[in-house]
Design a protein around this ligand. Structure first.
Ligand SMILES: NC(=O)C1=CN([C@@H]2O[C@H](COP(=O)(O)OP(=O)(O)OC[C@H]3O[C@@H](n4cnc5c(N)ncnc54)[C@H](OP(=O)(O)O)[C@@H]3O)[C@@H](O)[C@H]2O)C=CC1
Ligand SMILES: O=C(O)CCC(=O)C(=O)O
Ligand SMILES: [Mg+2]
Length: 473
């Protein structure tokens, strides 16, 4: 079945039931080393993961690693342009859980992105990127410990499904003509808009199913968090793009208030309920005026709509959510994408899970990682219903490749996410403890060492891994 690789002879398969993995004590896990700094990071990361599993389970559990190829390494083994060989896809399909280093995406070349291709082939629709602070990590912020968020980024649509036509291409020009002459005039709300004839054209599809399955996972995750972290924020630019970004928000709320009705309260509902709790005699209209400060300036039609909203909330959930019961439920709110970048910096402790579409989540996960120490501390997971691939938020950082210098923390922490996903919490805990303690004692790589005050003597990538292992216990 495999052309150039062979699975380990010891170990067995992870299987998936109802979207959840069932993990044997000796799972076979395919790994992709990665391009660029992948060659520095992976040996260190796998050593730390193996040491933690050994320390936690004393041989009762172990991972049988299965080396598979993608990127430059794949071309060396399989021939030129064989960036993502069938062997690799077969292995991930067969064994279910995989981990990878970063892969290069040539800008403007024939290949769009191997990383994205892997997510799409296995329908890994939730890209989960937690950002939390390890004491002692240098940060541009005064109180980085207040940031403890998880970016839940939709991983298959938006720009990942983006279809583009090059400026000046025959079909691109044809599309612009049809849009300008037929489709825009047929949609009165677009007014007299016209697309410049010299434009490149891109389409960003956002589907209801794609949005809701992401938000569903985010809400389920929130239900497992401590009560004060049970907040899901829908991030969007719906004020500008109503039927894509705005629809993402609306579908998120729709899911929260239908499928998770007993578990969730929306921010607006909480205001309405809170107003009635403070003043049980409050009328629907008075309540509406309080939740919408500009109420009196609205049209009669809009006012009536808000009064109806208040009435519906009180009539439908007062019994289940009123008298403060809503405080024990998952709070679902929404924020406009540009504003959330400010919010996570100045009011980080008000946020927990940020559910985003693809592009917003891409920006946000790098920005959030910066607050807690940078991309060297940004882990990630791509999760679907029948496979999962763990990988860091960052890329190949080519200028540092082969120097045994780069921070392996992000891939090590992606390994922690993988162990937690497998239910191997003891091993995950050891790594987090080792990492925290190594950083607290100023033993770390150049990226963190150079920002410490006073600057610390930087460790090599491999030395940082060893320091983490030494601090397990
Ligand atoms: N999932 C994936 O595999 C991804 C792949 N890519 C691809 O990676 C390639 C390079 O992308 P690029 O834009 O340079 O972005 P990178 O994320 O690879 O690196 C940018 C900078 O971030 C810092 N950095 C990144 N990783 C680490 C780390 N582990 N430890 C410490 N610092 C780190 C370095 O900053 P400094 O030099 O200042 O210390 C580095 O120069 C591109 O081909 C891109 O498409 C990009 C993102 C994700
Ligand atoms: O694959 C790529 O080149 C970019 C991917 C990326 O930026 C991400 O997943 O955050
Ligand atoms: Mg990115």
């Amino acid at each position: 079945m495999y052309k150039r690789v062979s699975p380990p002879t010891i170990g067995s398969k992870v299987i998936f039931e109802n979207g959840e993995p069932i993990v044997p004590d000796n799972p076979i896990i395919p790994f992709i080393r990665g391009d660029g700094t992948g060659r520095d990071i992976w040996p260190t990361a796998s050593k730390v993961i193996d040491a933690a599993v050994q320390e936690a389970y004393k041989g009762k559990r172990m991972i049988s690693w299965f080396k598979v190829y993608a990127g430059d390494e794949a071309c060396d083994l399989y021939g030129s342009h064989q960036y993502l060989p069938e062997d690799t896809l077969t292995a991930i399909r067969e064994y279910g859980i995989a981990i990878k280093g970063p892969l290069t995406t040539p800008v403007g070349g024939g290949i769009r992105s191997l990383n994205v291709a892997l997510r799409q082939v296995f329908d890994l629709y939730a890209c989960i990127r937690p950002c939390c602070y390890y004491a002692g990590t240098p940060s541009p912020h005064k109180n980085p410990e207040k940031l403890d968020i998880i970016v839940y980024r939709e991983n298959t649509e938006d720009i990942y499904l983006g279809i583009e036509w090059k400026q000046g291409s025959k079909i691109g020009n044809q599309l612009i003509r049809i849009l300008n002459e037929e489709m825009i005039p047929a949609t009165p709300e677009h007014g007299k808009k016209q697309i410049p004839i010299d434009a490149g054209i891109g389409i960003k599809p956002i589907s209801k199913n794609g949005s809701q399955r992401l938000v569903r996972r985010a809400i389920k995750h929130a239900l497992l968090l401590p009560k004060d972290k049970q907040v899901v924020t829908l991030v969007h630019k719906g004020n500008i793009m109503k039927y894509t970004e705005g629809a993402f928000r609306d579908w998120g709320y729709e899911l929260a208030t239908s499928e998770f009705r007993q578990d969730c309260v929306t921010e607006r509902e909480s205001w309405i309920l809170g107003n009635k709790e403070k003043n049980p005699e409050i009328t629907f209209e008075e309540n509406a005026r309080m939740i919408d400060p500009g109420f009196d300036a609205l049209t009669e039609e809009k006012k009536a709509e808000i009064v109806r909203e208040v009435e519906t909330v009180i009539n439908s959930i007062w019994l289940s959510h009123g008298e403060g019961k809503w405080k024990g439920k998952v709070m679902v709110n929404d924020r406009i994408a540009d504003s959330i970048f400010q919010q996570i910096q100045i009011r980080p402790d008000e946020y927990s899970i940020l559910a985003t579409m693809n592009l917003n989540g891409d920006y946000l996960s790098d920005a959030a990682a910066a607050i807690v120490g940078g991309l060297g501390m940004g882990p990630g997971a791509n999760i679907g219903d029948s496979a999962a691939i763990f990988e860091a938020t960052h890329g190949t950082a080519p200028k540092h490749a082969g120097l045994d210098k780069i921070n392996p923390g992000s891939v090590i922490l992606s390994g922690v996410m993988m162990l937690e996903y497998m239910g191997w919490h003891e091993a995950a805990h050891l790594i987090k403890k080792g990492l925290a303690s190594a950083i607290a004692s100023r033993q770390t790589t150049y990226d963190l060492a150079r920002l410490m005050e006073p600057p610390a003597e930087p460790l090599k990538c491999s030395q940082f891994g060893e320091a983490i292992i030494q601090h397990f216990g």
